[in-house]
Design a protein around this ligand. Structure first.
Ligand code: 13P
Ligand code: SF4
Length: 303
């Protein structure tokens, strides 16, 4: 039996023993996405975690995503399949820095991208993801918004609303390093392809695209499109879902470094180890969890 087949067999057995559900983000390795019960973007994963009735949630992704699952599920055990899988963007702001910005802009509400720590969520008014950012900002009763930590998503939202957004200067290295010159080159190489990008890309890159979409929105966009080829401006893990759902369509990346190192830390081996040893349990102090849940619940209520 191959290693992969052996790992899969063990995962099925461990799932039964733990009463577990396995969820994975769209950027995970193909073989990891394939063993998951549910694969999605940040918003879908957060929603799915409010619906599960399993005792244990095995989270294949990065820490802030597993924390969101733990924020919503205090009675369930959440295991992160690689303890060291973080998000450098989420690490760009902490709660003390956010409070400093709140002192500077006392009339503004803090809207935090879900790519943030539980402490930062707890200090924010509401959360958002790349899929619902505009709706969330529109739902806030304030006219002024401190948007943290991703400047590019914040800038994109500011182009879709009349509210005044004060942007924190964070960024995702995977998306921010995609340059307009590279995009122009890719478009020249594939003149018939449609360009779709993630809103974590620079404004100059978004300006060249047909649409700025969350990862699952990209999957739906491609499926519904009559076009046959696409240039993809996000992490390369999404290609797996795109190819699986659209075997007759072609997909091209803009550059060869659209890779999130932390998303790739989870392997079938780390999934087995995490489940077998019940390790990497995600815990959040109750006082932080309750306040962070308010920000996440407000987002989920926006619909
Ligand atoms: P999505 O919510 O669009 O899947 O994005 C998550 C993320 O980390 C993007 O870099
Ligand atoms: Fe964070 Fe960027 Fe990786 Fe998404 S792709 S998890 S924002 S570092």
């Amino acid at each position: 039996m191959s290693d992969v087949a052996e790992f899969k067999k063990r995962i099925i057995k461990l799932k039964e023993e733990l009463g577990a559900v396995i969820v994975a983000h769209n950027y995970q390795r193909p073989e990891v996405q394939d063993i998951a019960d549910f694969v999605g973007d940040s918003l879908e994963l957060a929603r799915e975690c409010t619906r599960v009735d399993a005792e244990t949630i095995v989270f294949c992704g990065v820490r802030f995503m597993a924390e969101t699952a733990a924020i919503l599920n205090p009675k369930r055990t959440v295991l992160l399949t690689e303890g060291g899988a973080g998000c450098p963007l989420a690490d760009m702001i902490n709660a003390a820095e956010l409070r400093e910005w709140q002192r500077r802009y006392p009339r503004a509400a803090a809207v935090c991208y879900v790519n943030s720590s539980a402490e930062v969520k707890a200090a924010s008014y509401i959360c958002c993801t790349s899929a619902d950012g505009v709706k969330v900002v529109e739902s806030v009763p304030h006219d002024e918004i401190i948007f943290i930590p991703d400047q590019n998503l914040g800038h994109y939202i500011s182009t879709q609303t009349k509210k005044r957004l004060i942007l924190y200067p964070g960024y995702c290295y995977v998306h921010h390093r995609i340059k307009p010159e590279q995009v122009r080159r890719a478009k020249k190489l594939h003149p018939d392809a449609r360009l779709i990008v993630h809103p974590e890309c620079r404004p100059e890159v978004i300006a060249l695209a047909e649409a700025a979409l969350s990862t699952s929105q990209m999957l739906r966009y491609v499926r519904a499109s009559s076009h046959n080829s696409f240039i993809i401006g996000t992490e390369e893990g999404l290609l797996h879902g795109l190819r699986k759902g659209n075997p007759d369509k072609s997909f091209y990346l803009i550059s060869n470094d659209q890779i999130c190192t932390d998303m790739k830390k989870t392997t079938l081996k780390t999934v087995v180890e995490t489940m077998a040893l019940r390790q990497n349990i995600v815990t959040i102090p109750e006082e932080v969890r309750v306040r962070a849940k308010q920000a996440v619940d407000r987002m989920l209520a926006v619909g």
